[in-house]
Design a protein around this ligand. Structure first.
Ligand code: HEM
Length: 405
């Protein structure tokens, strides 16, 4: 995805923000968010990434000294971030509001995440000692919740919690690309890897040329299998790619092995049985992750997908609002928000903020939405599951643009 972006973005081997080119080579290792972000994005357009990941004005004031020249052509992305537009207006208000919010709330998220991690290992060990299938399934569910909670941390500067995302064969660095850089910035568009990584099994793009009648019917039949195999397919693809092309495996991929290891060291089970149990846990975690993640916010016939009519105002923040329907049934519990991709819209707009902070932003969010005549929509989980399946069937693009009367 990144190498195609390097070809498309006309950044000439540098970093592109709007229509200017910058050379951040000397800043990579000084970047407070960690070197990964800049190292990986060399040669691409980072306009949206840069804006969405910094709330303070400091980064914008720093970039001028790294400017090399103007780009030759206009950028290919049609999304905008004008100073008086929706996103920048909301961001200014959020910046002010953050000064009044009690940041101790973040401790709750840290405690929930740590509790889940502890519970996961306890459950894994007890399930191995009791040889219980039910406990193994519970361990799989706990692994799934832990990695969704870990997602709260990988959008930020490097920290130890983000590595717990790797517990079930996924990898935090790869997901920073497919999720933070691709999906978060351009949801439901051809640039969204979280759409294309499920093809040809599941396809949400409303286009009859890429989604035949047979493939639509088939996707319903194979859906449970795809859900359970997603994590295994993810690691197989990465191993295959690393052997045949470039290495995209990391030392922290080994974190996933702590699960079978803890089983082996604390029970009488043979290594082979521990590995078999591990596979079962990973498949349960994968299934639960897809049930939650794919039915969390983005797929419903009323949500914008590539090919649908776009809003006249191409503001990046409004685009996010048009590609999301929030989960209404999670808001009462921080545990549910953290483990079920809750507060989805605000999280997309401000990914570096802890989920515990987001509820305090609703008054200014609603106020700004009203000013720009946009709306935050909400569904419960059942409505999302229904909508996601209707979207799998949809082949006709919506001709009515979001925000039109
Ligand atoms: C690919 C583009 C970039 C991404 C994805 C990115 C991401 C991040 C992240 C995740 C953080 C930590 C935020 C937190 O934990 O609250 C951060 C902080 C920071 N970044 Fe970047 N960054 C990018 C480019 C840049 C550039 C080009 C500069 C300046 C030359 C810069 C300057 C800073 C500064 C000063 C901070 C400290 C926090 C602040 O003042 O906002 N970043 N960045």
């Amino acid at each position: 995805w990144l190498s195609s972006k390097r070809q498309d973005d006309e950044a000439e081997g540098l970093w592109r923000i709007c229509d200017s080119l910058y050379d951040f080579t000397d800043f990579i290792n000084k970047h407070p968010g960690g070197s990964f972000w800049l190292k990986e994005t060399r040669g691409t357009d980072i306009t949206e990434l840069f804006e969405a990941h910094h709330l303070s004005n400091v980064p914008a004031s720093l970039i001028e000294s790294y400017k090399v020249r103007d780009a030759l052509n206009e950028r290919i992305y049609t999304l905008t971030m004008h100073e008086d537009g929706f996103y920048k207006t909301l961001k200014r208000r959020v910046r002010e509001k953050l000064q009044t919010i009690d940041t101790k709330k973040k401790d709750n998220s840290d405690n929930i995440h740590f509790g889940l991690l502890l519970a996961t290992f306890l459950c894994v060990i007890i399930s191995a000692r009791c040889d219980s299938l039910l406990l193994l399934a519970l361990a799989g569910t706990l692994v799934c919740w832990t990695i969704i909670a870990a997602h709260n941390y990988f959008h930020r500067r490097d920290n130890w919690r983000m590595y717990t995302f790797n517990l079930a064969m996924l990898n935090v660095c790869c997901w920073r690309i497919s999720h933070a850089m691709s999906h978060h910035m351009y949801p439901n568009s051809y640039w969204d890897l979280e759409l294309s990584m499920f093809e040809p099994f599941l396809c949400w793009i409303p286009n009859e040329h890429i989604k035949t009648w047979t493939s639509r019917c088939l996707s319903f039949l194979i859906e449970p299998l795809v859900y359970s195999m997603t994590f295994l397919l993810d690691i197989s693809t990465r191993i295959f790619y690393s052997i045949c092309y470039t290495n995209i495996m990391y030392w922290h991929d080994l974190i996933s092995c702590t699960i079978p290891l803890s089983m082996y060291l604390t029970s009488d089970l043979t290594l082979l049985i521990c590995l078999r149990q591990w596979l079962f846990i990973v498949m349960i975690a994968s299934f639960a992750f897809c049930v939650i993640g794919l039915n969390a916010a983005h797929h419903d016939p009323k949500i914008y997908h590539e090919g649908d009519a776009t809003r006249e105002d191409r503001d990046w923040g409004l685009f996010q609002v048009d590609t999301i329907i929030d989960r209404s049934d999670l808001k009462s519990s921080q545990f549910l928000v953290l483990t079920h991709f809750g507060e989805h819209c605000l999280h997309h707009l401000f990914p570096t903020l802890d989920h515990a902070i987001l509820p305090d932003l609703y008054p200014i969010f609603y106020e700004t939405l009203d000013e720009f005549k946009a709306q935050l929509r909400e569904y419960n989980h059942f409505q999302h599951i229904l909508g996601q399946h209707c979207q799998l069937l949809r082949v006709k693009p919506n001709l009515k643009s979001p925000g039109s009367t």
